[in-house]
Design a protein around this ligand. Structure first.
Ligand SMILES: Nc1ncnc2c1ncn2[C@@H]1O[C@H](COP(=O)(O)OP(=O)(O)OP(=O)(O)O)[C@@H](O)[C@H]1O
Length: 253
C-alpha cells in the first residue's frame, strides 16, 4: 500500500575503523516512495545505502515494515537490491545471461530462462546476453547490473550514482525508466539536475555525515544556504566577454 511506512532508521551511526561515515541518521521511507539522496563526495551516501542493504554492521535501529531488522539474511537480500557505483565490483559471471540468472538461481526461481529473456527485452539488452559483462561499456554494465537486480523483484532499489557512466541519451532513458518503475527507490547522487528530475523528495547529507535537509526538492533548490553548506553548488571564476566575475552555480544539463 502506498503511503505506508516501509523503512525507518533510528539513530544510525557507522564508522570505518576510526573514520565516522554516518552520524545519527534518522530516516523514514514510505512504500513506493522515490527519494534523491544528495551530498558531496565523502558525505556518507554510499555508506548509508550499504547500511540499508544490510552490508555493514551499524549502531542504531533499522525497522522494515515495522519489524526490527537484525542481521543479513537471504530473505532480506531478496527484498532490497543495491546497484553499486562501480558495477565491476558486482560482476563475476562469464556472460551477461549468467550474470542476470545468478540471483534467480540463488533465490530458487524455476523459470530462469524466461525471466532473463523478459527482462533483457525490457532493457533492450538481448544482443548483449552472450557477451562477457567485462567487455561492456560503463553505461551498458550499469544497465545489465540493474536488470540483474530487478529480475528477482526486490521491494526496494538502492542506486549509487547510477548515471555517472551513462551518456545523455542513456541517462534520459534511465531516468524515465526509474520514474515509471513502481518500487521504492533511493538514488544517491551529487548531481542536482539528476536529483531534481528523479524525485520530489530530497534528503541531503552534510560533510559532517548528518542529514541536514529532508523535504521538498523545489524548496531545496531555493535554499542556497543548505546547498552551499552541503557543497552541492560551487563558486568559480569565469569569463563573460571582457570581464571576469564569480558567483554560485547550479549546474543543469
Ligand atoms: N572502505 C572505507 N574505509 C575507510 N573509510 C571509508 C571507506 N569508505 C568510505 N570511507 C569514508 O567514509 C566517509 C563516507 O564515504 P562514502 O563513500 O559513504 O561517501 P559518499 O557520499 O558516497 O561519497 P562519493 O560521492 O564520493 O561516492 C568518507 O569520509 C570516506 O572517506
Amino acid at each position: 500500500m502506498e503511503n505506508e511506512e516501509l523503512i525507518k532508521l533510528k539513530n544510525i551511526s557507522f564508522k570505518y575503523e576510526n573514520n565516522l561515515a554516518l552520524d545519527n541518521i534518522n530516516l523514514e521511507v514510505k512504500e513506493k516512495e522515490k527519494i534523491s539522496l544528495l551530498g558531496c563526495n565523502g558525505s556518507g551516501k554510499s555508506t548509508l545505502l550499504r547500511v540499508l542493504a544490510l552490508l555493514y554492521k551499524f549502531k542504531g535501529e533499522y525497522f522494515f515494515k515495522g519489524k526490527k531488522v537484525k542481521k543479513s539474511n537471504k530473505e532480506f537480500r531478496k527484498k532490497v537490491g543495491i546497484l553499486f557505483q562501480n558495477p565491476d565490483a558486482m560482476i563475476f559471471n562469464p556472460t551477461v545471461f549468467d550474470e542476470i540468472a545468478f540471483s534467480l538461481k540463488e533465490f530458487g526461481f524455476l523459470d530462469i530462462e524466461d525471466r532473463v529473456l523478459e527482462i533483457a527485452k525490457k532493457f533492450k539488452i538481448e544482443h548483449l546476453l552472450k557477451k562477457s559483462p567485462l567487455e561492456l561499456s560503463g553505461g551498458e554494465k550499469q544497465k545489465v547490473m540493474l536488470a540483474a537486480i530487478l529480475v528477482y523483484g526486490p521491494k526496494v532499489l538502492l542506486l549509487d550514482e547510477p548515471t555517472s557512466a551513462m551518456d545523455p541519451r542513456t541517462t534520459g532513458w534511465f531516468l524515465d525508466f526509474m520514474i515509471d518503475l513502481d518500487i521504492t527507490t533511493i538514488l544517491a547522487t551529487h548531481d542536482l539536475s539528476i536529483a531534481y528530475e528523479f524525485s520530489n523528495r530530497a534528503v541531503v547529507m552534510s560533510e559532517e555525515h548528518k542529514i541536514i535537509y529532508d523535504g521538498d526538492m523545489e524548496e531545496l533548490m531555493k535554499d542556497l544556504d543548505t546547498l552551499i553548506k552541503a557543497n552541492l553548488i560551487h563558486k568559480h571564476r569565469h569569463k563573460h566577454k571582457s570581464f571576469i566575475h564569480s558567483h554560485y552555480h547550479l549546474h543543469f544539463q
